[in-house]
Design a binder for this molecule. Sequence first.
Ligand SMILES: C[S@@+](CC[C@H](N)C(=O)[O-])C[C@H]1O[C@@H](n2cnc3c(N)ncnc32)[C@H](O)[C@@H]1O
Length: 213
Amino acid sequence: METPAMHHLTEIDYEHVYEPAEDTFLMMDALEKDLDDISSMCPLVIVEVCAGTGIISASLSHALSQTAFFIAADINQYACKASYNTMKLNGSQTFQVIRSDLLSCLGSGFVDILICNPPYVPTSDEELNSADALTCSWAGGKNGRKVMDRLFNDVSRLMSPGGKFYILVLKENQPCEIIEFFHGKGFECVNILSRKAGRENLSVIKFTKSKIV
Ligand SMILES: C[S@@+](CC[C@H](N)C(=O)[O-])C[C@H]1O[C@@H](n2cnc3c(N)ncnc32)[C@H](O)[C@@H]1O
C-alpha cells in the first residue's frame, strides 16, 4: 500500500493532531498484509474510528481503488479536519468524516471493515480525562483499555455478518483477555502482525464476525 501524500499537514497541525508513528505504520502494514482477504469480501462500507490524520483510511481507500465508502471518525475536531483533507488530497471521493465519541451515533449491522488504532497507553484517570487533544490521543486509562473497552461493547452491533474488525493493541492491554471477550461473542480472532517499537510491544488483531446471525 502506498503511503498517502501528507504535505498539507504542518508542525502546527501536529500540535493538535496525533502525528503518524510506529503504531500507525504497523496498522497500515497489517492491512497491507491482509489486503487479499479484505479485497475478496468486496467491502461496501469501511469505518475507521480514532482516525487522527486519516492516513490509514486514505491509504486503504487508494489500495482498494476507491471502491468502498469510508467513514472516518474522531472526537478531535482538528483530527476531523485533517482526515477530510487527507482523504481529498489522496483522491478519495466516497467518504464522510464525522466528529464523534466512538461510534454510538452509527446505525447497526452495516460496517464491513472496522479499523481502530485507539488511545492504548496505560495512564491515570486524570490523563484519560485530559482536555488536551494530544493527551487524549494516547491516554488509555487503566491497562490502556478504557477507550477501547467502550468500543468493544459496540462492535458486534455495528458489524455486518462476516465483517472484520482490525484493532491495534499493546501487550499491557492484555490481548488474551480481549480475544476471550470476542470469542464469547462468536468472533474468530487472528493476530495479523506484531512488532516491537521502542519499549512498546504492539500487535494488530483481526476479529471476524460470524456470517450466521
Ligand atoms: C493513537 S491516535 C491514532 C490516530 C491515527 N489513526 C493514527 O494511527 O495515526 C488515537 C486517536 O483517537 C482519537 N480519540 C480518542 N478518544 C476518542 C473517542 N472517544 N472517540 C473517537 N476518537 C477518539 C484521538 O483524537 C486520536 O486521533
